[in-house]
Design a protein around this ligand. Structure first.
Ligand SMILES: Cc1cc2nc3c(=O)[nH]c(=O)nc-3n(C[C@H](O)[C@H](O)[C@H](O)COP(=O)(O)OP(=O)(O)OC[C@H]3O[C@@H](n4cnc5c(N)ncnc54)[C@H](O)[C@@H]3O)c2cc1C
Length: 326
């Protein structure tokens, strides 16, 4: 039995990919499955070193000059061939925007079963994959058994320890992709709407602002806190809908799901749809001037106060403790 993990082609190993591969490796050990990984973004030696001790038999890779960025058309034929030739029974990817769209395209091509946005992967009898998937903004957790082969799963990044077993590196097998000149479409340019967005899903610390920010011109204080902490900037939907910040920063049911070590919610009431995007954070700090705000039921540390007084004090204290951080 063989399983395969897709690594996001983002130039380097992302936390989302590493968590997907480590979670799958643990289940592959109990299922007795041989684990493979696919990397389509250049230097496979470097990525291979991130996979040491995770029990990956082979890292399949494509040379950098053969990879048109983010092109389903280019990598789908290669992946379909790999799945068929190696008789892969389970394909896992990170539940990022890229991972979800890639696996959806692959599921359509293979006419296969797909479970998106799962939070856990386990194994039933005969190595059958079991996944846990949240519904209704996390109010319901369903355990699903994926009986058909191949099965496809995307896993949300969660904060947990990566368990390595020794130092063994995967073997690397290079493949050839479709000739880029044969593609019918290509991406000419990638524009980042904000420098901090791409890091949000991977950030170890996230600072988010809500309607309590009070306007589009008041975010400098949160941006400064982000800078001091090396944090990603998030937002509630109320702040996004008001046009104060780009949608790409939105955390929640209809935004990004983040799983940082520390989440600081500023002027956010704690609606269930917002909690759906940050409830797996390891520690949550809430700053809100209303002592009855729902967010205080879901945080580890609550500060009742005006964020425009509390956050500058935090920044001042952090700068005093870490004078080189600013
Ligand atoms: C289908 C659906 C999907 C949704 N998806 C999302 C989603 O993905 N993400 C999301 O966030 N929401 C989502 N929502 C919206 C959600 O229901 C809430 O309306 C939204 O989260 C509220 O945002 P908020 O907490 O910033 O605003 P509010 O609920 O208005 O809370 C503002 C808070 O700021 C506090 N405050 C005000 N001024 C200050 C100050 N100076 N200092 C400190 N505190 C202050 C107030 O006491 C209040 O608690 C969705 C809703 C629906 C119906």
């Amino acid at each position: 039995m063989r399983w395969l993990v897709l690594l996001e082609p983002r130039g380097e190993m992302t936390t989302a990919s590493l968590v997907a591969v480590a979670t799958t490796a643990r289940s592959a050990r109990s299922a007795g499955a041989e684990l493979h990984a696919l990397w389509t973004d250049g230097d496979a030696e470097d990525v291979g070193s991130h996979l040491r001790g995770l029990g990956i038999a082979t890292l399949h890779a494509v040379p950098a000059d053969q990879i048109p960025p983010f092109s389903h058309e280019a990598w789908l034929p290669l992946l379909t061939e790999l799945v068929k030739n190696l008789e892969i029974e389970l394909i896992v990817g990170p539940a990022s925007a890229l991972g979800q769209s890639w696996l959806a395209a692959l599921a359509a091509r293979l006419d296969a079963e797909l479970a998106q946005n799962c939070i856990a992967l386990g194994v039933a009898a005969q190595g059958t994959p079991l996944v846990r998937k949240p519904f209704y903004a996390g109010k319901l957790l369903a355990d699903l058994r994926l009986d058909r082969r191949p099965a496809l799963v995307t896993l949300r990044p969660a904060s947990f320890q990566i368990e390595r077993n020794g130092d063994a590196l995967p073997a690397i097998a290079y493949h050839t992709m479709i000739n880029p000149n044969d593609l019918r479409s290509s991406i000419k340019e990638m524009v980042n709407v904000s420098a901090s967005i791409s890091e949000l899903a991977d950030a170890r610390i996230v600072v988010s602002g809500g309607r309590g920010m009070g306007g589009a011109d008041h975010w400098a204080v949160l941006r400064e806190l982000c800078q001091v902490l090396g944090a990603g900037l998030g937002a509630s939907r109320a702040a996004v809908d008001a046009g104060w910040i780009h949608h790409a920063h939105q955390v929640g049911q209809t935004g990004k799901v983040v799983t940082p070590n520390l989440y600081i919610a500023c002027g956010i009431s704690g609606a269930v749809q917002h909690l759906a995007g940050m409830r797996s954070a390891h520690k949550v700090v809430a700053i809100n001037k209303d002592p009855t705000a729902e967010i205080f039921q879901h945080c580890d540390y609550g500060i009742v106060g005006d964020l425009f007084e509390v956050v500058p004090m935090l920044i001042q204290e952090l700068k005093a403790q870490r004078p080189h951080a600013a």
